[in-house]
Design a protein around this ligand. Sequence first.
Ligand code: GDP
Ligand code: MG
Length: 370
Amino acid sequence: PESITVAELANRMAEKTSDLVKALFKMGSPSASTDLLDQDTAELLVTEFGHEIIRVSEGDVDIRHDEDIDDAEHLKPRAPVVTIMGHVDHGKTSLLDALRGANVVAGEAGGITQHIGAYQVKTPDGSQVTFLDTPGHEAFTEMRQRGANVTDIVILVVAADDGLKPQSIEAIAHAKAAGVPIIVAINKVDKEGANPQRVRERLLEHELVVEEMGGDVQNVEVSALKKTGLDKLLDAIAVQAEIMELKANPDRAAEGTVIEAKLDKGRGPVATILVRRGTLKVGDIFVCGAESGRVRALIDDQGKQIKSAGPSMPVEVLGLGGVPMAGDTLTVVENEARAREVATYRQEQATRKRTVQAPVSLEGMFEALA
Ligand code: GDP
Ligand code: MG
């Protein structure tokens, strides 16, 4: 079979060479414009760029660049996706619970909240916020390394009685490296010895200038224990989201990211998908990482069966052929043949990656991003 360079292929497809290079990078085969492509890769690229519905790598594109994927006129506002980070014992889990609890109407769904790895909360102004409920830096970094930048906003939890600690500073570095804005939740203000002002001052050393000091970083004093300041925090998130003008096209084939996945004894493989664009519907045929399937059921964060899920909604998906990995992309495709084709390709890519790539160290990542 004849081979072709990236630039030649781009030329034949009337696409930009840089777009092909980008696609190749996301497919795990970094190439220069002068590199020769093997037949498989070239064919895949052609299908990628030729098909309207699927582009395997689309889901790996940073969600904040939706304008590159959908026409501006099709974009509608979507809920922000928030990750809570901070030093151990500063109250991340308590805050997540408090925010969620504040929103669970007594009696609704029997008051049972189910853990699906993410949930939505209504802000006082009626808009929604999606929280990823795996707090911590590891999940955040791991997802990023896998090319899934799902977080729009980081809430940095700092205990007012303990102040900035190594993991607080690490969290700031992670958020900054990812280009994600930070809102500081100064927690435990109910405690004796709480000194929120000291926290605000220390933040300056890390180039986080709060509004009171003439900067643009929002900070909110909260107590996850006494459940105070929670509405203010939700307001702050809504304000930040408005500034960011987060949008997605709900009227297209869905794409999402796996937040978590497991093999359930009764239900088979189950994945929590954060829908990033489009609307995921029962009956949709999809590829999810190296697995394919058809949506048998969708279950929301309240445990209710739903028929469809739009952008920024977390939803449990049943009907997978196997268990995907966190960070994998779910892409809805037109038919089963296409689903199998893409799944096989991704499986091959995954094997190749494992054999070729050395694990990325955190240090290495920071150097690369510095
Ligand atoms: P995480 O490690 O960041 O997830 O922290 P946790 O949520 O597990 O909280 C650590 C400890 O701090 C627990 O004993 C919580 O009860 C306590 N805690 C969390 N938030 C508050 C708060 O607002 N006020 C007080 N007094 N204690 C808190
Ligand atoms: Mg915790």
